[in-house]
Design a binder for this molecule. Structure first.
Ligand SMILES: [Fe+2]
Length: 282
């Protein structure tokens, strides 16, 4: 729950943010909290100029699906007003509209190699045990494990059935109705690579996007709610959060338009992922 002072500050600053001009998108409700032990990085948060449809050469050469949407460049630093609106200095223990970024103890290069080769003992000692002291893992818990993706890729998620890049999307592993997505599992993703990586997201929960789209249309949308939202409100920015090696995020990816990125990085993106009812301990 936000304090009255915070709410008043948000109302005042909202007037200074151009992409909030449309009444229907005036109340983004996703916020991000970066723990104090993470690297103090002035480049941590950036915003795109909106979203765009994928171009033909990206479909042909990079393997995107024909209806994929991507962040519209250029990226720019977050403004002070946007920081007040989207970032929080405090973190509620239970909240389904927060992205929490935190740090784990460093992993040595030799251990990182063993983790990348799925060495069970090293994963247990270097990842599962430190995480257990930082997070509460409720059931169901799905350990997805190590994922390795190419460096310098604008977005990273591929459809496991087709191998094609899907662009900005909402996960649907739980198979839960759209209106019940606040009860869905969330995702913990730890950067165990040598390079920074990025988490990309739009600052509205899917449950809110359904209401926004329905309020702006006379009939049901022909495409998914997330696609319709990004097309209708193409100037709504993607938020990009930089994650250094050893940093992790917990995010409600079943209720959030998102992707990851390794753009500008020189070595492979290596991450460790768990899905479940995960809460960061206070
Ligand atoms: Fe995803």
């Amino acid at each position: 729950m936000l304090s009255l002072a915070t709410v008043a500050k948000i109302v005042k600053t909202r007037r200074k943010i151009a992409w909030l001009d449309n009444t229907l998108v005036k109340h983004p409700n996703v916020r991000i909290h970066v723990s104090g032990d993470c690297r103090n990085d002035c480049d941590r948060l950036a915003l795109s100029a909106g979203t765009r449809t994928v171009e033909q050469d990206e479909i042909d050469e990079l393997g995107y699906t024909s209806d994929a949407r991507l962040p519209l460049e250029p990226w720019r630093p977050i403004t002070r007003e946007e920081h007040v609106l989207l970032a929080s200095k405090t973190r509620p223990q239970f909240s389904d509209n927060f992205i929490n970024v935190f740090k784990l103890p460093p992993i040595l290069d030799s251990q990182r190699d063993l983790i990348a080769r799925n060495d069970e003992g090293t994963i247990r000692d270097q990842i599962v045990r430190p995480l257990s002291s930082l997070c509460h893992f409720g059931e169901p818990l799905h350990v997805i494990g190590v994922g390795i993706r190419p460096p310098n890729a604008r977005t990273l998620t591929t459809d496991h059935r087709t191998g094609k890049r899907v662009g900005l999307h909402v996960d649907s592993w739980d198979g839960i109705d759209l209106c019940a997505r606040r009860r869905a599992t969330n995702r913990l993703c730890l950067n165990i690579g040598e390079s920074d990586r990025f988490f990309l997201f739009l600052p509205y929960l899917l449950t809110e996007i359904v209401q926004i789209v329905n309020a702006g249309l006379d009939e049901s949308p022909m495409k998914s709610f997330e696609q319709t939202f990004m097309e209708r409100y193409a100037n709504v920015p993607v938020i990009r959060c930089r994650l250094s090696p050893g940093e992790a995020y917990i995010a409600p990816t079943e209720n959030l338009i998102h992707d990851a990125s390794s753009e500008g990085e020189k070595t492979a993106d290596v991450n460790f992922t768990i899905r479940g009812e995960i809460e960061l301990l206070q």
